[in-house]
Design a protein around this ligand. Structure first.
Ligand code: NAD
Length: 360
């Protein structure tokens, strides 16, 4: 297969971790007979330095004409970097929001997987962890409370703030379809999370999800209220396969789920639209505090590249090869600084990339 991948190295540790992910993709291309062409594009602080804006229209076009986008992370130290003296719409993060919007990336996927070898980093008790857990949070990304109308008014001398939570059935249907499709590639269970005992938007969410479920009789569906879900994530995370939910609930639950896995340097993510196109990036930021020191953990970005192969290029075997190589490296006792503990061998960012390449 030939594929065009737009690459945003970004800021901070971005260039270091994207370099390692490309190495891994190159090894996959070599082994399985594919050709991956990279188009390096600028976004965030790196783009501000060159173009004066965090994202240019030309860059959006390059991203759009690619099969997928692989990204490191963007942004700098928000207290000291001159990028944060610019007006909000010119700051690094504005580039990412603009890109997500331009590419219509409405579905955000964040896996929360507990590696047996890193179980001690998990804050849950051993009897809850059992033999680990493996879930995927599917969050709606372009609707709901964060995009609804909002205002602050003053009535009779009292300030009042209003935020609106709106979803139409089409927005719910397209994310629900994605959720069921992803579940089919996993363990075929969807937990749809809402607050249908209180909110109209949740009642519509539940009705539409039930409708979509009829087309997926092979996938088990359950509904769960968001407050219960927050509790179940720490009580019994093993029960979950795909958690399907709206924007704000997903924002909160995905952070909770990632916390119970231990290290932020291990967590990948994908944002998808209604084609096979997607933007793949680690869940963490640009870690300016450790940039340029060759100590960043590249695994979240490497696993994001694996998601790119699985979801945008439909190369599941190749994605499995990357995931298994990561597991093997951990089993063989190699650790970057963020996941280091006694008795293991400390390696830098580039060495970790090499070790994963060797195991593919
Ligand atoms: P951060 O995730 O960059 O860092 C938090 C802590 O985790 C730091 O101590 C950092 O050293 C560590 N860390 C993060 N990734 C690591 C890795 N791969 N290996 C080892 N350690 C790692 O969060 P922050 O410090 O709050 O934000 C820094 C910048 O990143 C800000 O400008 C923020 O806006 C930006 N940011 C960007 C994205 C994105 O690009 N999508 C997401 C979140 C934050």
């Amino acid at each position: 297969m030939k594929a065009n991948i737009a690459c945003i190295s970004g800021d901070g540790i971005g260039p270091e971790i994207v370099r390692e992910a490309k190495k891994v993709l190159d090894k996959v291309a070599d082994k399985y007979g594919h050709e991956f062409n990279y188009n390096d594009i600028l976004m965030g602080g790196a783009s501000i330095d060159v173009h004066g804006v965090p994202l240019t229209d030309e860059t959006i076009e390059i991203a759009k004409s690619s099969d997928a986008v692989l990204m490191g992370s963007i942004g700098g130290n928000t207290s000291t970097s001159p990028w944060y003296k610019l007006p909000p719409e010119k700051r690094p993060e504005a580039g990412l929001l603009k890109l997500r919007k331009a590419l219509n990336l409405f579905a955000n996927l964040r896996p929360a997987y507990l590696y047996e070898e890193l179980a001690e980093a998990c804050p849950l008790k051993a009897e809850i962890i059992g033999d680990g857990f493996d879930m995927m949070i599917m969050r709606e990304l372009t609707g709901g409370l964060y995009f609804g109308e909002r205002k602050t008014v003053e009535e009779n001398g009292v300030k009042k703030a209003i935020d609106t939570l709106t979803y139409d059935e089409n927005e719910i249907r397209r994310i629900a379809i994605k959720g069921f499709e992803i579940a089919r590639k996993r363990r075929s269970k969807v937990t749809s999370v809402d607050k249908a005992n209180v909110l109209d938007s949740s009642r519509l969410w539940r009705a539409v999800v039930n409708e979509v479920a009829k087309d997926y009789p092979d996938v088990e569906l359950e509904h769960m209220l968001v407050d219960n879900c927050a509790m179940q994530l720490v009580r019994d995370p093993k029960q979950f396969d795909v958690i399907l939910t709206e924007n704000m609930f997903g924002d909160i639950l995905s952070d909770e789920a990632s916390m119970v896995t231990g290290s932020i340097g291990m967590l990948s993510s994908a944002s998808l639209n209604d084609t096979s196109f997607g933007l793949y990036e680690p869940s963490h930021g640009s870690a300016p505090d450790i940039a340029g020191q060759n100590i960043a953990n590249p695994i979240a970005t490497i696993l994001s590249a694996s998601m790119l192969l699985r979801y945008s290029l439909n190369l599941s075997e190749e994605a499995d090869a990357i995931d298994n190589a990561v597991k093997q490296v951990l089993k063989d006792g190699y650790r970057t600084k963020d996941i280091m503990s006694d008795g293991f061998e400390l390696v830098g960012c580039d060495k970790m990339g090499d070790l994963i390449v060797d195991r593919i």
